[in-house]
Every structure is written in C-alpha cells, then in structure tokens.
Write a protein that binds this ligand. Sequence first.
Ligand SMILES: NC(=O)c1ccc[n+]([C@@H]2O[C@H](COP(=O)([O-])OP(=O)(O)OC[C@H]3O[C@@H](n4cnc5c(N)ncnc54)[C@H](O)[C@@H]3O)[C@@H](O)[C@H]2O)c1
Length: 266
Amino acid sequence: MLNLDGKVALVSGAGSVGPGWGNGRATSILLARQDAKVFALDKNEEALNETIRVAKEENLEMEGLICDVTSGQEIQAAVKKCIDTFERLDILINNVGGSQPGGVEQLSEEDWDRQMDYNLRSVYLGCKYAMPYLKQQSSSAIVNVSSVAALRMMRSRTHAAYSASKYGLIALSRSIAVQNARAGVRCNTVIPGLMHTPIVEHRLVPQLGAENAARLLEERDSHIPLGKAGDGWDIAHAVLFLVSDEARHITATELLVDGGLTAAMA
Ligand SMILES: NC(=O)c1ccc[n+]([C@@H]2O[C@H](COP(=O)([O-])OP(=O)(O)OC[C@H]3O[C@@H](n4cnc5c(N)ncnc54)[C@H](O)[C@@H]3O)[C@@H](O)[C@H]2O)c1
C-alpha cells in the first residue's frame, strides 16, 4: 500500500523555517521512506541540508538543490537538474507559501504582488515547467498545498492576500487537473488547518504578540473539534495518499487536514 517504488518526486520548500518538521520536510522524508527518489528544493541551504542529512541517515534516496521557486528561471533549471539526476519525474509537490497579515488597506501594492508571487505564481511555475515530464509517464500526480485561510475568514486576523492566493491555488489545481487528466496527470490540493509546525514558534508567536508558544497552541487547539493541532506528518500522509496509485481515481479535488475546524465554523 502507498508504495512509490520507481517514482521520482520533486518537493519544494523541503526544509523547514525552524528546527523540527515543517510540512515540506515531513513530506520529503515520508515520500522517500515509501521508496520514491526525492529531489528536494529549498531557497535556504541550511534548511535543505538538514532534510538531506535526515534522509541520508535513513539511507533514503534524496538529492537537493537551492532554488527560489518564485523564479521561473530557477524552477526551470531545477526541473532539468532533477531529470538529469533521476531521469524522470512522476510527482510534483508545490509546498512553498506563507502569509503576510493585513487587509486591503494595510497591504501595500508591493506586499500584494509578493504574496501572489509567493503563494500562487510559484505553483503556476512549478506546474508549467514540470508538466512536460509528468506527461511522459502513464500516471503522475501533483499536490499543491493551500491553507484553511482560503476558506475561513477571521475578523481578528485578516490576511487578505494570503487567503486570496491560497483560494486561487485551489482553482488553479482544478484547472490543471481537468486539462491534463487524459494525459495521465492528476492534480489535487491539500488544505492544512491550524498545524503545529516550526512556524508556530518561529513566526507566529512574535507576529501575534503571544505570551509564549504553549499559550498560543492552547488557544488554537480550543477551536479544533479534534482538540489538538495536527503537525507536518499529518500533511505528509495526506500528500502521500493523493500521489499514490491508490488515489488513481482522485483528481481535481481538495483534502482538508484540519481536525474538523472548517466544518465547525459552518
Ligand atoms: N504550518 C502551518 O501551520 C500551515 C498552515 C496552513 C498552510 N500551510 C502551508 O503549508 C506550506 C508549508 O508550510 P510550512 O509552515 O511547513 O513551511 P515553512 O515556513 O517551514 O517553509 C518550508 C520551507 O520553504 C522554504 N522556502 C520559503 N520560501 C521559498 C522559496 N521562495 N523558494 C524555495 N523555498 C522556499 C523555507 O526556506 C523553508 O525551509 C505553505 O504553503 C503554507 O502556506 C502551513
């Protein structure tokens, strides 16, 4: 079940913003544990090297490249390097993204453009340059990583550009899925909820002015019907299912990994 033997996976944002397991690092390692050859991309050398170190420690097959996925040139070069290294491409995970808080009045035009580049254009670029190689296989799969911020608007915390770009990503995934289905390429979206990944300690605690991480996590957990935030491994397992042959009839859809958060707000 869920074995990826013989497949090559390209994962973006394969490091983590701080020590521990972000969504991209957990996904890279899990796909490799399931016997995929993983080509890992990150713009941060230290973060990328840590993921590769873990992979090598477990004798997993993984190579990496420093790459800023907001650059078409760099993505194109990364896809080429992946093909030169592993000779094929079956799986693409577009995992890079992040939020800048603020509503339309607070966000400058430059902030807006940066958010669109970071969360949406990066996904378009990954799909654009990987597609010719994905189409060469009889069955291949893309997973794009959105956010519950696309579906759930909070009066207390607005991030208009993040919400808009992550909602746009869902439409982009569906469009890609429908256009390329007959070519054997499936495309789906994973929608993480409030996760406990290193971003909580690294970015959210200072950004939200929280007393400490434990207090912030407790507050976030209180909104989640399952009672606790998920982590990077929960995202990785959802991604693994969607790229596996067991999900062969699943395309153009979204998998919410949010402990029931979205349903509870309805
Ligand atoms: N962590 C959460 O709670 C959460 C919740 C909802 C959605 N998400 C989404 O999940 C995805 C991953 O989030 P995370 O918190 O695990 O990631 P993260 O912030 O830990 O970042 C993962 C890696 O991406 C790399 N990166 C950043 N910009 C890059 C770029 N331009 N090019 C290449 N690499 C780049 C970073 O160096 C880092 O190593 C994002 O798309 C995010 O929006 C996360």
